[in-house]
Structure formats: C-alpha cells, structure tokens
Design a protein around this ligand. Structure first.
Ligand code: GLY
Ligand code: MN
Ligand code: MN
Length: 483
C-alpha cells in the first residue's frame, strides 16, 4: 500500500523511510538540560547552518548545524531555535521555547524538496510553539529585556541569496542589528564575527552557549550510542570489504568509491568528513583528500574514512598493503603503531584524560623509532608522529567537549601514526611508509569498548582477510574509448 504526503502538485512517498531517528523526547530532554544551565533571565538562539553555494544554480548538499540538530531534530536550513531561561508570556500564552522554521512554499518545494512548515514541525518534532522564519524578522522577541543573549553563530561563510528574504544571512543580520543596538560587537558585511573577546559585562555571549552544549554533547545517551554504533559498524564493515577487494591495479578513488558505496548500501547519508585514501607517501599528508593516484601498486594504503549515520560520525583508519602482504619494513612500522595504539586504548578509562593516551602512545613510538635508528633522540619523535593521539567523536567528527577527564559514555578516537616522507633523514628503506591505525572507543565504567573492532588490525588478520576474494573483482567495466 502506498501512502503519500500531498501538497501542491507534488506527492511524496512516505513508505520505506528510515525509522531509527532520535525520538522527540531525546531533543526535548536536551533542551531541558540546556535550559537548566542558562543564566537567569537569558535567551539562547541557535541558527541553522547556511546553505553554501557552489556556483551559479548549484549549492553544496545542506548539512544541519549539529547544535541546532541536537536540541531540536530540525534538519532544514533557515531555521532558528530560541530557548528562554524562564517562561515567557505573550500572544495570550506561556512558552519557554520557539522554533522558527522555513514556511511551506509549494513552488519552491517542487524544486528543492519537502519542508516541514509549522504544522509539520509541531507534529514531527513535538514542539508546541512554532513560527515561520518570516515571523522571526517581525520582532517577536524583545531582546532588550534579557540580561544575557546567548548566541550560537551559524557555521561557515554565508552570503545573501537575493531571491530569499529569510535565508540564514538575513536572519542573522537581523539579529545582529537588534543586538548591536544593545551591545557593541564587531562585524563585517559578509562574515559577522562574534568570536571577539567578550568581557563579562557583555550582554551578548557566544562562549557560554558553546560550553553548555559541549558539556551535554560530550556524554552520549543510549539513543545516541545506538546511532554511533551503527555509523562505526558501517565504516568497519567497509574496511573489511575493501581488504577483500584491494589489489595493486586499483586507484585511490576506486578504493574510496568502494567504502562510500558500502556506506550508502547501509543507509549512511554522508561521509563524516572527506575520505582520505593515500597510497605510499600520500599517506604522509594527514588530511590527504585528492585521492587521485591511478595505481596503488605495492604500497601501503592508508584509508581514514567515516560514515555518518543520522548525524553521528564514525572515524576509522586502516593501513593495508595493496598487494596483500606487508614487507618487512612496512610490518615493522605497522607493529610499532599498533603497539602504541593498544597501550593508548588500554588507558582510555574513566578518570584518565587524553594526556595519558598521548604519553603512552608517544613513549612507545619514540622508543621504537630510536631502536630502529630512525630518530636519534626522543624529542625528534614529533617529526614522524606529528598529530595528537585522538579526539572526541559524535555529531562532529572532531566533537565538542569540555576537555576534562574521561567520563562514562564519552566516545573518543585513538589514532597514533608514523609518517616517513620521501627524503627523510633516515635509511631510505623507511621512506614513503605512512601508517595510522584509528579506532573509535566507547568509555564505560567497565573499561574501553572498541566499537570498530570488526575491522582487523593485526598484520596476520589483515593478510588473512586480504586473501579472501571479493565479488567486486568480477566487475568488468567497458573501456570508455572516448578519443
Ligand atoms: N579523519 C580525521 C581524523 O582522524 O581526525
Ligand atoms: Mn580521527
Ligand atoms: Mn580519521
């Protein structure tokens, strides 16, 4: 049986949609927690991310601001969430939050897709008081009566879409105009800058919002953990499938394509960050995203890839030999990184913090590099292990946090690496070897749980899995003959 949602001339099928989104109650409870931490007589304002134009009629795919999503579940552009520390009385009613959404517009929706509108936001997101973005511009809120205006500024650069009078640019400009009259904040026309140091008397504050949200987001609820486990499992399964399919004649982008195909197969909406697939020395570029080498040959291939599932990120790196077996030099460096990673994962326990993991991984790598005569003093180690051991993971791949001690239900990455670029000051047999091993770790009272464990990490397990055949190797495509 088909069911349709009708509006204007367009009918949308409502069948076969995912059903495992965060429930309303999750977002409602996060709003309650946020409100409980707001200063007295304050208002907090969160914006949708702006739509980013690529060129002419083409925009980049929209991605919601994680804070707005976390607190509302709203996934459309041009929305605003307003939370009040105390109930407000207006329009004959009492309310403590308002969600402003894009108004329905059948003509536009035929081009750019369905909008919830005010009714849909009430029904689907469980908000009681929903207005249109247009109404945000009509002075619904008297900012002058609040002691603090807590602002979460939209991410990225944004420009005015002259065809849309309620795009993020207009909404944010309007708010800046209002609060500028209360408080002096510097801005430029195209990029309002609220990151200026704000003294404690300043009425507008962006720091408090960041801190409150970070304190909430760094601890995952069970609802969030289910989505994180799924995103991470998808990424781990993709690593396994690539291990089976990999051969020397593959290109970096073909390998990327297999990962991302498997993400899509499992319903992942996006990559959590641009996929990194670097063969040989390309792996030394930490955020290498060109992925344009046409043949990976006999090199190690570093694959740092993460699915995003309903907003939640995975971030899993495996480094494997393209031809299925590690050379002695590759194995030596690989096992050193693995030893460092295992030590750091063991230290990912409640009460520790990232410094414990840094020290554990760095001392093993430095000692190992000394023994291999790749460095002459431990101080030199940072040259070959130049990044930190990990970060928090969640709605953002580099997730927000208060950077304190580890607590139960935090999720972190543990990702030491060794990168030896061509021409390095050591025996040339090491040149062009780059290894990073990255796993996603759930911190619990009972110790660390490796959520990406399904993707093999030891030399033996990787070589064994790479011996298996993959159905993808039977895919023979025609020669394009385009000349
Ligand atoms: N994929 C980026 C990182 O590992 O931090
Ligand atoms: Mn990472
Ligand atoms: Mn990564």
């Amino acid at each position: 049986m088909w069911s349709y949602l009708l509006w204007g001339q367009v009918a949308l099928s409502q069948d076969h949609l995912p059903t495992d989104y965060l429930p309303h109650i999750f977002h409602k409870e996060r709003r309650e927690q946020f409100r409980a931490l707001m200063p007295p007589n304050s208002v907090a304002i969160f914006f949708s991310n702006p739509v980013q134009n690529r060129s002419n009629d083409v925009d980049y795919k929209f991605h919601q601001d994680p804070n707005l999503y976390y607190l509302s579940g709203y996934t459309e552009p041009n929305g605003i969430l307003v939370l009040f520390s105390e109930p407000q009385f207006n329009d004959g009613g009492q309310y403590k939050e308002i969600l402003f959404v894009q108004a329905r517009d059948p003509k536009l929706e035929q081009w750019t897709g369905y909008r919830l509108g005010t009714m849909g936001a009430k029904e689907k997101l469980g908000f009681e008081y929903v207005l249109t973005a247009q109404e945000f511009l009509q002075g619904k809120i008297d900012y002058s009566k609040f002691n603090k205006i807590l602002l979460s500024k939209p991410n990225g650069a944004f420009t005015d879409n002259v065809n849309d009078s309620t795009d993020s640019y207009d909404l944010f400009e309007y708010l800046l105009g209002k609060v500028n009259s209360l408080n002096s904040i510097r801005k430029t026309d195209s990029n309002p800058d609220l990151n200026q140091p704000q003294n404690s008397n300043s009425r507008v504050d962006t720091k408090v919002t960041r801190e409150i949200v970070a304190g909430l987001r760094e601890i995952k609820t069970e609802d969030e953990m289910q989505l994180m486990r799924k995103a991470i499992k998808i990424a781990a399964v993709a690593q396994c499938e690539v291990m089976k399919a990999m051969h020397s004649n593959m290109s970096e982008s073909e390998i990327q394509g297999i990962h991302e195909y498997i993400y899509k197969k499992y319903g992942s909406e996006a990559v959590a960050y641009p996929s990194i697939v670097g063969a040989g020395a390309n792996g030394c570029v930490l955020h290498y995203i060109e992925n344009n080498k046409t043949r990976v040959g006999n090199d190690l291939v570093l694959m740092d890839i993460g699915a995003e599932y309903h907003g939640y990120s995975a971030d899993v790196t495996r480094t494997i030999p393209a031809n299925g077996s590690f050379t002695e030099a590759q194995r030596t460096i690989y096992n050193l990184v693995l030893k460092a990673q295992n030590a750091a994962i063991t230290d990912a326990v409640v009460g520790n913090d990232f410094s414990n993991l840094e020290n554990a991984s760095r001392s093993i790598i430095n000692k190992g590099l000394m023994e291999l005569d790749i460095i002459r003093s431990e101080e030199e180690g940072r040259k070959y292990y130049p990044h930190s051991v990990g970060h928090y993971l969640g709605l953002d791949v580099h997730d927000v946090s208060l950077k304190g001690k580890f607590k139960p239900n935090m999720v972190i990455t543990v990702e030491p690496g060794i990168y030896i670029p061509e021409g390095s000051d050591c025996d040339p047999k090491w040149h062009g070897i780059a290894v990073r091993i990255e796993d996603d770790i759930h911190i619990t009272e009972k110790g660390p749980i490796n959520l990406s464990i399904d993707a093999p990490r030891t030399v033996k397990e990787i070589e064994e899995l790479m011996k298996q055949s993959s159905v993808l190797n039977q895919l023979i495509l025609p020669n394009l003959n385009t000349n």
